[in-house]
Design a binder for this molecule. Structure first.
Ligand SMILES: C[S@@+](CC[C@H](N)C(=O)[O-])C[C@H]1O[C@@H](n2cnc3c(N)ncnc32)[C@H](O)[C@@H]1O
Length: 303
């Protein structure tokens, strides 16, 4: 990330969520604040999306990861979690949902420059931050960033639900391991939803070309993709950092769970979404089906 500049990839992810509401009717991930918080001209957003032949695929992945996190959070709230931490929040709007804000204390953490921009966008959109929300400016690559949370009132004795969406690829291995270690040894127990991507050299040729073109685009924005994992490496990393179990959905499972595609169709390699839990949350995380069985109608991927 470039100092003094809000994350442009956070803006891009928010644009995909906004376009998902307009073009797909929010059928995978319904977010009533997605368009307003971005505050951009809708025609320009649609034009930008139509100019990228691969936009629909990324838009659906971003919608699926948010939906997966929201489903897991709903189950966590139903089984006693009362503290939520949104890491690398960008323009994520979960904290402003009455259903979440009425049930839990919420901490939004992000790079200071991105967080300043987010707070300005929240104000400009007329969104009133709930009283239970704390903004925590951090740099995952700086020293002892976790201390900021306790200074801002995070209670480490409470079971806590974390999201970390769209952030892992931008960090180096040491920063990822440090954050996972902190979450994986949370004294009150933790659940975490994150996403990651398989190594580019393990992708099929067309997927690899798309991946590399996108990597070059985000690098040109000053945000380089630095970390990739395969499924076994991610599971092993989570175990080594204190997690007791995880559910990892690869591209074909995501398609089957959320996009109405036949099970086992498509590649097993690409973007993954993970729900991980520590031992203290294992019982609750396993109490209910891990993925919502009801599939909403499939948006037109060619839109
Ligand atoms: C692709 S955006 C994803 C934002 C949001 N989670 C979403 O899904 O829309 C990446 C986010 O990671 C944050 N980020 C990247 N590097 C960071 C770092 N070293 N410390 C703190 N945040 C960082 C950016 O500020 C940005 O909000």
């Amino acid at each position: 990330m470039e100092t003094g500049i809000a994350s442009r990839t956070a803006r891009a992810a928010a644009a995909h969520r906004a376009v998902h509401q307009i073009l797909d009717g929010g059928r995978v991930f319904l977010d009533p604040l997605a368009v307003g918080i971005l505050g951009e001209n809708v025609d320009d957003l649609l034009l930008e999306s139509r100019q990228d032949p691969h936009a629909a695929r990324l838009r659906l992945f971003i919608a699926c990861r948010s939906r997966f996190a929201e489903d897991a959070l709903s189950r966590a709230l139903a089984t006693g979690v009362r503290q939520v931490v949104i890491l690398g929040a960008g323009l994520d709007t979960l904290a402003y949902r009455p259903s979440v804000a009425s049930a839990a204390r919420i901490f939004e953490a992000d790079h200071p420059d991105t967080q300043l921009w987010k707070r300005a966008r929240v104000a400009a959109a007329g969104i009133v931050p709930p009283a239970v929300l704390r903004y925590v400016p951090i740099d995952f690559e700086g020293p002892t960033w976790w201390d900021r949370f306790e200074a801002d009132g995070l209670d480490r004795q409470l079971p806590t639900f974390f999201t970390w969406l769209g952030v892992v690829p931008y960090l180096d291995a040491a920063a990822i391991a440090t954050a996972l270690d902190w979450i994986g040894h949370f004294p009150g127990g933790a659940e975490l939803v994150l996403d990651y991507s398989d190594p580019p050299d393990s992708l099929e040729p067309e997927a690899r070309r798309v991946h590399e073109a996108r990597a070059a685009r985000v690098a040109a924005l000053g945000e380089v993709w630095r970390s990739h994992f395969d499924e076994e490496a991610m599971a092993q990393l989570l175990r080594s950092q204190g997690f007791a179990g995880c559910l990892d959905l690869g591209p074909s499972e995501i398609g089957a769970c959320y996009l109405g595609r036949p099970a086992h169709e498509g590649s097993r390699r690409g973007g993954h979404i993970v729900h991980a839990w520590t031992a203290a949350r294992a019982g609750a995380a396993n109490l209910v089906p891990p993925v919502a069985p009801a599939v909403r109608a499939e948006p037109d991927p060619g839109a």
